[in-house]
Ligand binder design. Structure first.
Ligand code: 5GP
Length: 122
């Protein structure tokens, strides 16, 4: 799938719409999800244009991949989630339930999160 430069996270990266920023470095931006599903629900995105985890892991340089995952860990620690634990999730593609076509890693935490997927849904 070609990258759509008008997706909502591209607009956030360009400063065209606001976000509640929690972290930024040369490669990564992270902000609170507009519709949080847990007491902490942060979206971590690369600043470069990658549609999905599939695109990113095929085409991004090692420095960008390293930066994204190091940022995820740092943000979780900064939010105080590392001790009690947290969950990360990257919905990928249609069957993965991805809604915004710019790679994003969800960080959920702040309460017991329950099972990974709905029981009986497999
Ligand atoms: P996906 O389903 O693609 O994995 O997740 C997309 C996420 O983006 C959803 O959790 C949704 O609440 C969040 N989201 C959609 N639009 C906006 C927005 O304009 N601002 C922020 N902060 N989050 C958004």
């Amino acid at each position: 799938m070609a990258y759509d430069p008008d997706n909502i996270f591209a607009k956030i990266l360009r400063g065209e719409i606001p976000c509640d920023k929690v972290y930024e470095d040369d490669h990564v931006l992270a902000f609170n999800d507009i519709n949080p599903l847990a007491p902490s629900h942060v979206l971590v995105i690369p600043k470069e244009a990658y549609v999905s985890m599939d695109d990113f892991t095929q085409n991004a340089p090692d420095a960008a991949i390293s930066a994204l995952f190091r940022a995820v860990g740092q943000i979780a620690r900064d939010l105080g989630l590392a001790g009690a634990g947290y969950r990360i999730l990257a919905n990928t593609g249609e069957e993965g339930g991805q809604e915004v076509p710019h790679l994003h890693i969800h960080i959920f935490g702040g309460r017991p999160l329950g099972p990974m997927l709905s029981k009986g849904a497999g």
